[in-house]
Design a protein. Structure first.
Length: 240
């Protein structure tokens, strides 16, 4: 009888310990949520950033169509009220996410193409091409987000504003470099425009190729292909 009581006591103690552990886990979750709520009051900018990143990560995982407010809230740990407080609704949050994604891309592009004032125009052009096709910019997450935004840009003016591949600064960077290269050849007035438009179109095509075949995509071959295109436009200027 004592042995049975002892076993019953041990079983009871184990059950109590498991219950206590569960309670501690729940308490920890509650404290985390409380911390988030307290943090949301103290740092609204951090919460805005958290919602934007949660939106982009969700889009990368399941696309724009299935990126609901509920999924964003679940991923960020913040409430629906926070979305309305900071953005006024899902549409404005999507626009803010597109703007942030674009800003990140061009900030990294600027960093990778900062060659200094002594760089040749050919080197500046190739720096843009190699940066755009680098793993830092061209990766599974970025291409999925870019493709998702481009897919709904025609029906969402806010997203369209930040999902174009014809960014003014990038276009002018290429145009200026090509203009310097063509200074000796004034016979073809549209050569600069053709080189700029062609380079951007090829880069956009490479992003599509990467998205559809990530395993078979070759960054080096893609860079060389665009270089061959430029060699045809500017003989002797872009060496393979």
């Amino acid at each position: 009888m004592l042995r049975q009581n002892g076993l019953s006591c041990q079983s009871s103690c184990k059950i109590d310990l498991r219950i206590s552990a569960k309670r501690m886990g729940l308490l920890n979750k509650v404290e985390v949520l409380k911390g988030r709520k307290r943090g949301s009051k103290r740092d609204p900018e951090a919460n805005k950033q958290l919602l934007i990143e949660a939106t982009l990560d969700t889009i990368a995982d399941i696309g724009v169509t299935d990126t609901s407010v509920s999924r964003i809230c679940e991923r960020s740990g913040l409430s629906r009220g926070m979305i309305h407080l900071h953005f006024g609704g899902k549409d404005n949050l999507l626009t803010a996410a597109a703007q942030h994604f674009s800003a990140q891309y061009y900030a990294e592009m600027d960093r990778m193409t900062d060659l200094g004032s002594d760089a040749s125009p050919e080197d500046r052009v190739m720096a843009v091409i190699e940066a755009d096709l680098s793993e830092a910019l061209l990766n599974p997450r970025s291409t999925k987000i870019w493709h998702a935004f481009r897919g709904i840009a025609s029906s969402h003016p806010g997203i369209a504003r930040y999902s174009s591949t014809q960014d003014h600064k990038l276009v002018e960077t290429l145009r200026l470099a090509f203009k310097e290269i063509t200074q000796e050849n004034v016979r073809d007035s549209i050569l600069v425009d053709d080189a700029t438009a062609g380079t951007l179109a090829l880069l956009e095509g490479m992003w599509v190729n990467y998205l559809t075949d990530m395993q078979g995509f070759s960054r080096r071959r893609s860079v060389d292909l665009i270089r061959r295109f430029l060699c045809g436009l500017f003989p002797g200027k872009f060496k393979l």
